[in-house]
Design a protein around this ligand. Structure first.
Ligand SMILES: Nc1ncnc2c1ncn2[C@@H]1O[C@H](COP(=O)(O)OP(=O)(O)OP(=O)(O)O)[C@@H](O)[C@H]1O
Ligand SMILES: [Mg+2]
Length: 250
């Protein structure tokens, strides 16, 4: 089982869009996939039309793997399950602060899914916190959407600095360009420069497209209503980049 975190401390950069579309592509390719919505905003739960039970359960989340099992819902697609977010997940940081060995908390509960799933995808909230620290430890790969602008570039630099300070494995950081508008000089120039500076950028970029916004109207991944569109192909290629990294033999 492999774990991908769709992560950036910057908000609105495409974490949820990537989590949803990659989960769909992985499931279509036959990988048993679990999408965990860690963001109390619950956007990926919304796209997959699943809701959490009413009762708050942020405390129970990190206690035992079996506590998570009863919250898992099957999505409308084969091989794909979703653990929906709950608004109480906004308290994850407080819960983790009280946990001994909190860095490993997420890793420990996810380990329990090894036999059931090939892939776990985490849709992460835009913070850098105790929760993100546990995400960095639990994930094999941290997929970071980067809009090719100055501020997003800065956020990526800060993430690398954070990993250096905390002695976390930098090779887990896997950036890709998101919401690309190549006709903008700044986007084209930034991409060219960053591809050289950071060879770890995935080759596939995701173009800016109104179809991604339409996912909210349809409440479906792109593959279900825009499979002929370039943005769908881009997400599908992004999945292939990740598959080749995480499952090289397949
Ligand atoms: N490639 C794209 N082209 C155009 N719009 C996009 C694209 N990707 C995402 N969006 C839109 O941008 C907004 C933010 O995207 P998304 O929710 O995926 O970002 P996020 O990083 O998960 O945000 P948050 O930090 O709030 O969780 C949404 O309205 C989404 O529809
Ligand atoms: Mg999001």
């Amino acid at each position: 089982m492999k774990t991908i975190a769709c992560y950036s401390m910057k908000g609105g950069v495409g974490k949820t869009a990537s989590a949803v579309n990659l989960a769909w592509s992985a499931a279509q390719a036959g990988y048993k996939t679990l999408l965990i919505d860690l963001d109390p905003q619950g956007a990926s739960s919304f796209y997959f039309r699943v809701k959490s039970k009413k009762k708050s359960w942020e405390q129970a989340f990190f206690e035992a793997h079996k506590n998570l099992l009863k919250h898992i819902k099957s999505a409308d697609y084969e091989n794909l399950d979703v653990l929906p977010a709950h608004f109480s997940f906004r308290n994850f940081d407080l819960v983790l602060e009280e946990n001994k060995d909190s860095e490993k908390s997420l890793y420990k509960v996810l380990k329990g899914f090894k036999k059931q799933y090939d892939l776990v995808i985490l849709d992460c909230p835009p913070t850098i916190s105790n929760l993100s620290q546990s995400i960095f430890v639990a994930s094999d790969l941290i997929l970071v959407p980067v809009i090719p602008t100055t501020l997003s570039e800065r956020t990526l630099v800060q993430l690398y600095q954070y990993f250096t300070q905390r002695e976390l494995p930098q090779e887990k950081i896997t950036p890709y360009f998101s919401m690309v508008q190549k006709q903008k000089h700044l986007h084209a120039e930034t991409m060219q420069r960053l591809f050289k500076e950071y060879p770890q950028f995935l080759p596939t970029h995701i173009p800016f497209s109104a179809d991604v916004e339409k996912m909210g109207e349809h409440r479906m991944p792109l593959g279900e209503f825009a499979s002929g569109k370039p943005v769908f192909t881009a997400y599908h290629d992004l999945w292939r980049n990740l598959r080749d990294k995480l499952f090289p033999a397949s």
